[in-house]
Design a protein around this ligand. Sequence first.
Ligand SMILES: O=C(CO)[C@H](O)[C@H](O)COP(=O)(O)O
Length: 267
Amino acid sequence: MGSAFDPFVTVTEEPAVVNSPPPLSNLTQEELKKIAAYKAVEFVESGMVIGLGTGSTAKHAVARISELLREGKLKDIVGIPTSTTTHEQAVSLGIPLSDLDSHPVVDLSIDGADEVDPALNLVKGRGGSLLREKMIEGASKKFVVIVDESKLVKYIGGSGLAVPVEVVPFCCDFTRGKLEELFREAGCVAKLRMKIGSNGGDATPAVTDNGNYVVDLYLERDIGDLEVASEKILRFPGVVEHGMFLGMATTLIVAGKFGVTVKDRFG
Ligand SMILES: O=C(CO)[C@H](O)[C@H](O)COP(=O)(O)O
């Protein structure tokens, strides 16, 4: 970790008087992600079915689980990967894997997020894995979200990054236009997510693990009631799922310059 400080110091608020640098202020964003991920893996117990998240934060949790399995500190873990990327990582690390068909109840999922609001609502899917993530994390008894402090927002869409929506490829521009229209009052600009062509080739639509496309909703203002917004998005037949994860996270772990904060939705 490259730091003399205990990364697992848990704080709930900033100290009133700060005469010395905050304990984790010298760490990079990558190191903070790793700290949050390692803290989440403390919730993993032998015999559990674990939802394995996707992204640069979740990959540290997957690596940590495999480390503890190799050391014999965890036993009989079954992982359910939320993307082909995580599937490949877990296979390469020797984590036993399954799926929701065989294990419909997941004990615990650990995953990152693009945004977290004060009520623990999330935006996910900048990595394009939102559908499988929502299926697996929605089937989990406990869903631990791991982020560095840059992901905390006052309202969903507040980071200036997009709220992703997975759509079927058929007439995707029609669906894109409908989604933009839906949130016009919030200054929405909806863009089909493109992937840069290899070897200087033309950009093509980014394709999800499920063979779908992604429309990114860029919002200028708060869209208000998120449950209402969710229902409206899902009403379009061309929409498969959106990246707002409402009321799903049970625990939030944030690593920031002042330490690690663990917030329980029900605690
Ligand atoms: O939802 C996701 C992928 O679909 C990721 O969890 C989210 O994008 C956060 O990723 P990172 O930890 O790399 O910032």
